[in-house]
Structure formats: C-alpha cells, structure tokens
Design a protein around this ligand. Sequence first.
Ligand code: ZN
Length: 183
Amino acid sequence: MRTTIRLLLAGIAVSALVSGRGVAVPPPEPRAIVSGDAIVIPVAGVAKAALRDDFDNIHSGHPHHAIDILAPRGTPVLAAVDGTIRKLFESRAGGLTIYEFDVATERSYYYAHLDAYASNVVEGMRVKQGDVIGYVGTTGNAPPETPHLHFAITLLPPSKAWSKGEAIDPYPILVARGVTWDR
Ligand SMILES: [Zn+2]
C-alpha cells in the first residue's frame, strides 16, 4: 500500500515537473485565428465536413445559387467577412435576410431564413468576421422542421445594387478558406 502511494506521488511530481518550467508549454490559442483571406463559416460551430454543395440544385423551379447550412433554430449566424450591413430585408422566399457588403464593395454576402436579427444590427453598421448578426431559423419558405441558413455570395455589379450581382458558389470558398467559429 505504502509503495503504491509513494509511486503515485512520484508520478505526480514528475508530471508537475514536465508541465512546469522545464518544458515550454505553448500559451493557450486565441479562440479563432482568422488570416487575411479566411472566411468564417457563417453558422457558429459548423465544421467544413458538415457542409454540402447544393449550389446547382433546383429549388422551386430555380437554381439554388446558395448553400443551405443546417443548424438548430437559434444558432448564432456570424458575419463571414469584415464588412458593412448593407440591407435588412424581409422577403416572401428569404424571410428575414441580411445583405452584407465586404470592405472593398466587391462581394455581397446574403443570409436568409433568419429567426431574428441580432439586437444591435442596423443598416450601415460595420461588422467584423465572426460577429453575431442573427440567428438560424425558418422564416420565408424554409420548411418549419428544417432550420437552416441559406447563404449566398454575389459579385456586385458596377451599380453596387444590393440585390443584384452574379452568384458564385460559396461551397468551394468555405472548404478552401473556411474557419469554424465556436460560440
Ligand atoms: Zn437555400
């Protein structure tokens, strides 16, 4: 019995040494590190592996031209990039939606079917990557039992009209440069 206890204590002493001054222990990492061209996966806690490319699917007779990111109702929706909240818009199909322009006003990021906007979000507001801008829901034509974020990216036309532009597939962008952001 005594021997066992002494061995246990010796073990504790060794691990204390290893985790102490002797060995360089890296400092805890910041919650997320976002490099210049990274994009935040716009639903909190969603990993790349959970994404599906349904950009070319036909939904209600139209090309989808977006991806649907499934998540429980109320999951925070995050700004994918630094930019400006250009428009808060409610439409029959999209429900509660947000159009965010990037800092260079080259691309628009569209977030739809929101359950609610984040309480502080207003048009013209600057946002940083990872800021909570809304919550996953089923407003518009989303099936009530399948809450998801409908997420689209468009290349803005010269007019910079918030609802115009050429849709590009978010899936390969999120897979190549996406960062999962936990909340
Ligand atoms: Zn969709």
